[in-house]
Ligand binder design. Structure first.
Ligand code: GAL
Length: 683
């Protein structure tokens, strides 16, 4: 089950017409005087840039008043770029409504849960469900599309920008109206919604659709299913906006592929991108990713790039933004160390990116992002940064042969699920300390430490049977269909590993009764009567040497053929099972009842994986230090070897032609933060 993307990827082409990896940035020429534009094109060519995203925040410039248009400057920029051999991913420019629009129509401004207006002054101050905003935005899209249809520089359309970055949750009356329409589509009748939302509780029963509101500030905990549905609705409302813009573009330029830039990274929770991609709204997936420096920033980058590939059905995707060095929006904005610019970019390429772009081309001299790095820094082109940028341009040219190859599937999958992220972290739960993304990342980090390749894939859109091992951390929301699919998987010989708080509720956030985890109880052969969350700072020891925190479960073994792989040695559930595995024919279902963290999981996983015959493909001394990712096409396998650390790593005995990197007497030498690419024959 892959996403219905059309695979119309806007490849840059070399002089002989062969595919190239795209390279470039957001280009904001309207921030600069005309004389800078020619220098821009010259420097772009010097750096190997072959694609830019243009006009993302240009609405006020393109449409200075409600009834006037100014395309002259953009015509000129498009022509200059084309003359320079640079393709344009042209934005629909709808991301930031101009002051004339918000002054004439303040009713397009979003409203917070506490009833405050989100005023203009920054960007994305628009309600996803405002009919007035929609009409103005689509008028602009039509003008832009009509004007540039057939322009030779145009290679793709870029809808809006980072939909939902600042405006995913809007509690306005427009939102209330659209929420009711969405609920009617989902539940048809008031009885349906009263059942789904459990409104018998706290006298919340609705007798008219008009009584239903978004979960605005309430006296106490708002209805959980209302909250979950509002999250689903809010993601859908943005998707609808995306589709509305896409429809105009397809009507006018059916042959130009359409994308919008996702933000698959740990802090972005509001948009179910797997659903967006699967809805057919896009021709190819694009992503923006920014590193938040920290102990596991390498792991998070890899996890996000990997998940982006999963969302894209493992087809090539477009890295629309990342940074050459510091950003401006973190509490402390660290510059990247030498080598990090290229390594970050190439790790995305390893995970399937066929274009590598930055925010932005030239560092702004004014505005909120003037301290954000760019390809051309304030210091100018005579800078270490620009030299590193140009070097990466050369590297990407050398990697042209792998453009169009796909990520080779791994044997292990980590499932990722927006419903479980949203519902698992709602209030009024056994603990408020559960962090869905962190748990998923813990498992992935453990796999990276062990040097085991894994795919991060959307839970509902992946055929588990294509994997030997499926890890489903905190898969909290378990519709019956998914429970059945996982059961079939295990009965068919698959190996499922899941954790605490999985399989506890259905799609309406109703408990599966009869003992936890109701939906997986039979499959796992265990029954839990009460959850045992832990206080901050408390931990429990397991008899396998691991330490658990945040959560424990009081487990009874109820099924046949259940082995206890580890027991609690301390805590309230001392000597009860902590980790169990039920074997069913050739398959198995493992349950981990506490938060072991990456280190504890790295201790547990070898036992689970050895039983299945999954081992690292890396030489022992490289495990944890080097990340291996494989891309492939009909003829070749491309092995990316990414040095994750600051020490040199020497890899002996790896066969293949060196496409990138240094080899010395048969060994591959990975300098600190270096990336090597080997090509092997596919046969
Ligand atoms: C993104 C956005 C860009 C720029 C960048 C800064 O969220 O799309 O326009 O603001 O972040 O990191």
């Amino acid at each position: 089950m892959t996403a219905p993307l059309t695979s119309r990827f806007p490849y840059a082409k070399g002089p002989d017409g062969s595919r190239r990896i795209g390279y470039g940035a957001d280009y904001n020429p309207e921030q600069w005087p005309r004389e800078v534009w020619e220098e821009d094109i010259r420097l772009m060519r010097e750096a190997g840039v072959n694609v830019v995203s243009l006009a993302i925040f240009s609405w006020a410039r393109l449409q200075p008043t409600a009834d006037s248009w100014d395309f002259g400057w953009l015509d000129e920029v498009m022509d200059l770029l084309h003359a320079g051999g640079i393709g344009v991913d042209l934005a629909t420019a709808t991301a930031s409504p101009p002051p004339w629009l918000t002054t004439a129509h303040p009713e397009i401004l979003p409203v917070t849960a506490t009833g405050e207006t989100v005023w203009p002054g920054a960007r994305q101050h628009w309600r996803p469900t405002s009919p007035v905003f929609r009409a103005h935005a689509l008028r602009l899209v039509r003008e832009v599309a009509t004007r540039y249809a057939g322009h030779p520089a145009l290679i793709a359309w870029h809808v809006n920008n980072e939909l939902g970055c600042h405006n995913v949750y809007d509690y306005s009356d427009d939102a209330a109206h659209a929420f009711r329409t969405w609920l009617r589509r989902r539940y048809t009748t008031l009885d349906g919604i009263n059942h789904a939302w459990g409104t018998a509780f706290w006298s919340q029963r609705y007798s008219d659709w008009g009584q239903i509101l978004p979960p605005r500030l309430a006296a106490s905990h708002p209805n959980p299913t209302q909250q979950l549905d509002f999250k689903r609705f809010s993601s859908d409302a943005l998707k609808e906006h995306l589709i509305a813009e896409r429809e105009v573009l397809r009507e006018i330029t059916p042959d130009v592929p359409v994308t919008t830039n996702f933000m698959v990274m740990s802090g972005t929770k509001g948009m179910d991108y797997a659903d967006w991609a699967a809805s057919g709204a896009l021709d190819f997936v694009s992503n923006d990713h920014y590193v938040v420096p920290g102990a596991r920033d390498r792991d998070e980058l890899s996890f996000s790039a990997n998940l982006t590939s999963g969302i894209a059905g493992h087809r090539p995707w477009f890295l629309m933004e990342h940074s050459t060095s510091a950003v401006n929006w973190q509490p402390v904005n660290l510059a990247k160390n030498e080598g990090e610019l290229a390594r970050d970019s190439l790790l995305h390429v390893a995970h399937g990116a066929d274009a590598v772009c930055f925010f932005q081309w030239r560092q702004s001299a004014a505005g909120a992002e003037k301290y954000h790095s760019a390809m051309v820094p304030h210091a100018g082109a005579d800078s270490e940064l620009f030299r590193a940028v140009s070097e990466l341009g050369c590297t990407l040219q050398a990697l042209a042969p792998l453009a169009g190859s796909e990520r080779e599937p791994a044997r292990v999958a980590v499932l990722f699920d927006w419903d479980s992220w949203w519902a698992g972290e709602l209030d009024s739960h056994p603990t408020s300390r559960l962090e869905y993304h962190r748990e998923a990342l813990d498992w992935y980090s453990a796999l990276l430490r062990l040097g085991i390749r894994a795919d991060v894939v959307p839970a509902h859109r992946t055929d588990p049977s294509s994997y030997d091992v499926v890890i489903a951390p905190v898969l909290h929301v378990m519709p019956q269909t998914l429970a059945k699919e996982l059961t079939r998987y295990v009965e068919g010989g698959g190996h499922l590993v899941t954790t605490y708080f999985s399989g506890v509720v259905d799609e309406n956030d109703h408990i599966w009764l009869g003992g936890y985890p109701g939906a997986l109880r039979e499959l796992l052969g265990i029954r839990i009567e009460e959850f045992g969350p832990l206080l901050d700072g408390d931990s429990v020891d397991l008899d396998n040497g691991a330490t658990g925190s945040m959560w424990t479960d009081r487990i009874d073994v109820t099924g046949p053929e259940v082995e206890v792989l580890a027991r609690y040695r301390t805590g309230a559930y001392v000597s009860r099972p902590a980790v169990t595995r039920r074997t069913t024919g050739r398959g198995s279902a493992t349950y981990v009842s506490t938060r072991l963290g990456a280190e504890g999981l790295a201790g547990l996983l070898p036992e689970l994986l050895a039983a299945v015959g999954v081992t690292s493909e890396l030489p022992e001394q490289a495990r944890g230090l080097v990340e291996l990712v494989v891309r492939h096409d009909a003829e070749s396998r491309y092995l990316f070897l990414v040095n994750r650390g600051d020490e040199c790593v020497v890899l002996p005995e790896l066969s293949g032609d060196v496409l990138l990197g240094q080899s010395s007497s048969g060994s591959l030498v990975l300098a600190p933060r270096d990336v090597a690419v080997l090509r092997q024959s596919a046969t």
